[in-house]
Design a protein around this ligand. Structure first.
Ligand code: CTP
Length: 423
């Protein structure tokens, strides 16, 4: 089974299924918690739901009990002979709270244990994922933002809320991340031995493929799905990083917990990357950026002059975003990682092409993959070599794009150690 596909071999397990506590706080998005519960149980997790008393105003106890096949309690005074306020947290492999309201974030930050869910959070020694949902004003309030920073500094994964329609007619940041993305975030933290080596790090990833317009309805594009960049973002979130994903036309959903910056063309991608890279600890260029764009972009749709005439399009080079990021770097950070898609007859030629590209781009690491013989674009798996300066290289045998992403972050962590040995 692929590692991003739910239950994995080698997971910490109780019985034969990973044990997850799903906390549900009292917000309208509690109804979406039902979908998170379905997603978790259907992908083989043993889920105990701990709603707060307020959450039960939105979705009642019978729904949680029926769908989880476990008794449901929200107060420490229920089932007290089982000491559930201690056992649930201690025995869980992961605790996820969806939705996490402003009130729940505040109580978690301050170690308040005034109901079963906050007691579970105090006793849990496993990874904890909080999926906030609240009105934009509450999310942006300095108290909430301070609480989120404190929780993240402790290694708790606080997903970025999504933006969009809120409870009423209002629109803004504060929507619960997509339930499927929350389930994926839980699967991801369960997939590995808990590691939070990216806590406090700010990373920027580009993903997808740019489109270069030549009139209002036509463009030159490429077949990149954005899957590798999305996996890099997802794994970085689960290792505790603050992630900005600069996304050019993804054909897979963006993961929960990232700050999303949608772009279209190479020029837009350059602007967003330069802005996001300032103050970042690492930048990974996984996007397939067009090397050429039409020299002229027509303002109205270009018409065929007649049935038989051909047309030609004059192209001009785009900026090399990766090289530009390297050129503008001031100091040792951010660590800059490039990707290289090469066609080569054998491993030696591939390594040689990779070495030349690493030298040309000047980045710290280059993730090289062969695109001639194997399907890479849009595929679930890949096989790469991570080249570093001074001739270092890490070979990653055929693996899921999530596992390759972890290998990239491992290499970035090594770069930080070399760059700032006293950090
Ligand atoms: N890249 C970039 N800006 C461009 C083109 C590529 O930042 N205009 C980045 C890609 O995101 C990738 C790396 O450069 O991280 C290498 O991309 P690749 O397509 O393999 O190489 P090119 O620079 O386009 O060179 P060539 O196609 O000639 O091999």
């Amino acid at each position: 089974m692929s590692p991003s596909n739910g239950v994995q071999a080698g997971l910490p397990q109780v019985g034969d299924r990973p044990r997850v506590v799903l906390g549900v706080a009292g917000g309208i998005a509690a109804y979406k918690g039902v979908e998170v519960l379905r997603g978790l149980t259907e992908s083989g997790h043993d889920v105990t739901v701990v709603p707060t008393a307020a959450a039960l105003n939105f979705v009642g106890e019978p729904t949680w009990a029926a769908l989880s096949a476990h008794p449901v309690a929200s107060s420490v005074w229920e089932n007290s002979h089982e000491v559930s306020h201690v056992k649930l947290g201690q025995q869980a492999d992961c605790v996820v709270v969806a939705p996490a309201t402003a009130d729940l974030l505040a109580r978690a930050t301050h170690g308040i244990g005034n109901d079963l869910l906050t007691n579970v959070l105090l006793t849990a020694r496993c990874p904890v994922v909080l999926a906030p949902a609240m009105h934009t004003e509450m999310w942006q309030h300095p108290a909430t933002q301070h609480n989120v920073s404190t929780l993240r500094a402790r290694g708790i994964i606080v997903l970025e809320p999504a933006s969009g329609r809120l409870t009423g007619p209002d629109v803004g940041a504060g929507r619960l991340p997509d339930p499927a993305a929350i389930v994926a975030a839980v699967q991801d933290v369960l997939r590995r031995t808990p590691t939070s080596d990216l806590v406090g790090r700010r990373v920027v990833i580009s993903a997808g493929g740019t489109r270069e317009s030549w009139d209002p309805v036509r463009f030159i594009g490429n077949i990149s799905s954005g899957r590798q960049g999305v996996e890099l973002a997802r794994t970085a979130v689960s290792r505790g990083a603050l992630v900005t994903l600069v996304a050019a036309h993804l054909s897979v959903p963006a993961p929960a917990g990232v700050t999303l910056r949608p772009v279209s063309s190479a020029a837009e991608l350059l602007q967003e990357m330069l802005a996001a890279a300032s103050g970042a600890d690492a930048v990974v260029m996984a996007a397939a950026v067009a090397d050429f764009r039409p020299e002229v972009v027509a303002t109205s749709k270009i018409k065929k002059p007649d049935e038989s005439s051909d047309m030609s399009l004059r192209l001009t080079q785009t900026v090399d975003v990766l090289a530009e990021l390297v050129r503008r770097r001031d100091g040792v950070l951010p660590v800059i990682v490039g990707f290289a898609a090469e066609t080569a007859v054998d491993g030696d030629e591939l390594a040689e092409l990779g070495r030349r590209k690493l030298a040309r781009k000047g980045c710290d690491l280059l993730v090289v993959n062969e695109v001639g013989r194997q399907v890479v674009f849009g595929a679930e798996e890949n096989e790469v070599t991570i080249l570093g300066h001074e001739g270092t290289h890490v070979q990653v045998a055929r693996a899921s794009k999530a596992a390759i992403s972890d290998a990239v972050w491992d290499a970035v962590v090594q770069e930080w150690k070399h760059a700032l040995p006293l950090d």
